[in-house]
Design a protein around this ligand. Structure first.
Ligand code: GDP
Length: 522
């Protein structure tokens, strides 16, 4: 590829994640998008991974399930001249730090909300990670074919609960059985709720150009009124604020009945950014269209085949072009690695990838070379991208080796898995006992399995339940602050923190030590 070809290939890329609380409709909307992309697939392929009824203790099933989820972790397709990469952020029992880190590899996010439920806990958590990155966030209010909450209520909730300004791109005309269409503010038209897409034109004042029976319906009159109210008193459309994630454009629709999804996708692609620049550790910027190939590993997934120890390292390409068989340098070790066995994700198939460019995600078969956060590059300039943030765990487990004679393999396994980013490790300040922290239960299960299989170390785990982790300045620490309601531990960088039982315990602590400042890392 010459520079002009690289530039146009990178400009075509749109890489994003869909975030939502389980059951809001992420899978359904993803399927619709893939259909628009003309990706030939059996109906329900994305769904298949969700329905597997598996016993949590049965690793083979988890492996199988995770195997399938590898293929649907990244979905690539072409639509309207763009090459789209959708990254899956699993909900349900798959939820883990990987889910958060995946958001480090996208350039924008789509937030799907169930219009009957509004913002739910997982949506909020994922939103906060996107907000921290300052990437554009687009909102899809789903399930309009059912009776849901008042649209105004839903939009206000975005501002109140998430603290983000909202701009409705369209507005529902009725809901549930009364659903008559969408008042499309952005395109200045009415989209009728009919089997085939049908649109009515509006004039410069937003009134119907030609009269239509819909005018007689009260839901239409209500929608007209609400829209004119919003035009007067609501937020202004502001591209700069969209780009920084300070304003979220809001679309209404129904993924299940495919209403408003295409309207959403078309408008979204107008504002979703092409691959963005990334900063290296020195603060220097690596532009996506630079010739030199660079990328970072944001996720490592144990592979399907338990007979081989191979894993897949997910790489976000940040600049330049990837070619199969190229030699790259792994910055952390200085080692040269030939990338001959890599994979691209095309909907439900995995193919060997020959070329890919900035913005794309490729999977590298890994026999133990890579860690999460690793940078690789080709060419002369040594690049190490900024560290990926650490996420505050919420679930904790006490962990020890079952067989005291096998301490060596136990320690080796823990050390490596923690470095890789599979789980967080803490030690009890006084007893030195190991405590694992995770954001999702699956991380513990994967940890236990891999300790056994890769390090021949059987571990005993004792759940400690949900806790709130809060760091304390070592200068302010007095070991006497630890009580039955808060456990004092050290993180792997020897920084002290408390694990609080509940909010009550945290408030109690704050009352007792008003001068002590505790911090939550995100
Ligand atoms: P996910 O957990 O976010 O991936 O949610 P799914 O896409 O699996 O959807 C959860 C449930 O909601 C499924 O039963 C879907 O059929 C249903 N669903 C999704 N979108 C809609 C919609 O627009 N309208 C209605 N009525 N149901 C929907």
């Amino acid at each position: 590829m010459n520079q002009a070809e690289l530039t146009s290939a990178v400009d075509r890329r749109r890489t994003f994640a869909i975030i939502s609380h389980p059951d809001a409709g992420k899978t359904t909307i993803t399927e619709q998008l893939l259909l628009f992309g003309g990706v030939v697939r059996e109906a329900g392929t994305v769904k298949a991974r969700k329905t597997g009824n598996y016993a949590k203790s049965d690793w083979m099933e988890i492996e199988k399930k995770r195997g399938i989820s590898v293929t649907s972790s990244v979905m690539q397709f072409d639509y309207a001249g763009k090459r789209i990469n959708i990254l899956d952020t699993p909900g349900h029992e798959d939820f883990s730090e990987d889910t958060y880190r995946t958001l480090m590899a996208v350039d924008s996010a789509v937030m799907v909300i169930d219009s009957a439920k509004g913002i739910e806990p997982q949506t909020k958590k994922l939103f906060q990670i996107c907000k921290m990155r300052g990437i554009p966030i687009f909102t899809f209010m789903n399930k309009l074919d059912r009776d849901g909450r008042e649209p105004l209520d839903l939009v206000n909730e975005l501002e109140e609960v998430l603290g983000v300004d909202a701009y409705p791109m369209n507005w529902p005309i009725g809901m549930g059985k009364q659903l008559a269409g969408l008042y499309d503010i952005y395109n200045n038209r009415i989209e009728l709720h009919t089997d085939e897409p049908e649109f009515l034109e509006l004039d410069a004042d937003g009134e119907l150009k030609e009269s239509n029976p819909i005018e007689e319906e009260s839901v239409f009159q209500d929608a007209m009124m609400e829209v004119s109210l919003m035009k007067e008193a609501g937020n202004q459309f502001d591209e700069a604020k969209i780009a920084t994630g300070d304003l979220t454009p809001v679309f209404f629709g129904s993924a299940l009945t495919n209403f408003g999804v295409k309207t959403f996708l078309d408008a979204y692609l107008n504002y979703a950014p092409a691959p963005s620049a990334h900063k290296d550790e020195e603060g220097d910027v690596v532009e996506p269209k630079e010739e030199q190939f660079t990328g970072f590993v944001f996720k490592i997934q144990a592979n399907m085949n338990p007979n081989h120890r191979d894993r897949i390292a997910f790489l976000r390409i940040c600049s330049g072009e990837f070619d199969r068989g190229m030699d790259v340098t792994l910055k952390r070790t200085g080692k040269t690695i030939r990338l001959s066995n890599s994979t691209q994700f095309m909907a439900d198939t995995r193919e060997n990838v020959e070329t890919a460019v900035a913005g794309d995600i490729i999977g590298l078969y890994d026999t133990g070379n890579f860690q999460i956060g690793d940078t690789i590059y080709a060419g002369k300039r040594a690049v190490q991208f900024e560290k990926l943030p650490q996420f505050t765990p919420e679930l904790f487990m006490q962990v020890s080796a079952k067989n005291v004679m096998k301490q060596k393999s136990f320690h080796k396994g823990i050390k490596q898995l923690v470095q890789e980013g599979a789980v967080q490790l803490y030690t009890n300040y006084t007893t030195g006992d190991y405590i694992l922290g995770a954001v999702g239960q699956l991380q513990f299960e994967v940890f236990q399995f891999r300790m056994q299989n890769e390090y021949n170390s059987e571990v005993v785990m004792q759940p400690m339940g949900k806790k709130t982790a809060r760091w304390i300045d070592p200068e302010q620490l007095d070991e006497k602050m630890s009580s039955s309601r808060n456990l004092l531990v050290k993180d792997r960088f020897d920084q002290p923190l408390f694990l609080f039982e509940n909010q009550f315990a945290e408030r109690w602590f704050a009352g007792k030590y008003p001068d002590v400042k505790l911090t939550a890392k995100l």
